[in-house]
Design a binder for this molecule. Sequence first.
Ligand code: FAD
Length: 278
Amino acid sequence: MSSKAAISFEYFPPKTDAGRDKLLGETTAALQSAQPSYYSVTYGAGGSTRDNTRGTVLALREQGLDVAPHLSFGLDGEDTILGLLKDYQQAGINRLVALRGDLPSGTGGGTRLVYANELVAFIREHTGDHFHIEVAAYPEIHPQAESYESDIGYLKGKFDAGADSAITQYFYNVEAYFYFLDRCAALGIDKPIYAGIMPITNYANLARFSKNCGAEIPRWIRKRLEGYADDTDSIRAFGVEVVTQLCQTLIESGAPGIHFYTMNQAQPTLQICTNLGL
Ligand code: FAD
């Protein structure tokens, strides 16, 4: 593995005390062996996980780890966001993932969500250069985008507002990622765009997520996964093999780094990192 490719791990805030203990304990201890640059913790737009995200972030920080909270306005006002920014600054956190987010269905009808470029500008206005700001990027294009060009244009807008780097939505089509990087470069984007990678552990969940977020599961992968039916061991083994190969190609072809959507499981992310020689 190239020593230049950075890796990072994403968590979601656990819903139970047992889940929290496991995540902060054995899961993080295991993942630490891969020496990630940082951990990120997702945020339920609409504030549904506000306290839980904050609590998880601060607990990881207390372990001396670099952590990047995800953040979006959702339906919250400026005071709430400023409060979170202040808490994070005081805890020594200097990295954020800034998003528009999505509202849970049934909430906020008719409300316009604050676009990520507006959140980035807001963070810069109130905290200057304190935070390294990551934003989201979509090699297979955001499901609500008007067009390929407009979506890349809005990504450029996030960088122009002050973002430092981007993390992609997960994908299994390497060509889509490198074509996207070329199009971004042609538009003058010169900041790193890290590849977001989702290990494969459960076909039904993966198919559902992918439909919602516009990530394509190539037919040959889908067919193999469908063929395993409920045989979770085979799904996991095949998933590790495919995703290791994907990461290997990404690194060899010059991806600046990989952000793993761990789904709060040390395995199989750790197995993939081990296969890559970390
Ligand atoms: P934006 O960049 O604001 O884009 C949203 C849509 O609007 C796009 O279609 C874009 O083309 C368009 N657009 C962008 N800017 C403008 C503008 N100024 N004017 C008009 N149109 C515009 N979701 C969560 O709920 N919690 C999380 O923690 C979370 N973490 C994520 C992390 C990563 C790395 C990624 C890739 C996604 C994450 N998501 C998360 C999902 C994300 O919230 C959704 O994909 C959401 O629909 C878009 O958020 P965004 O920040 O990309 O939005």
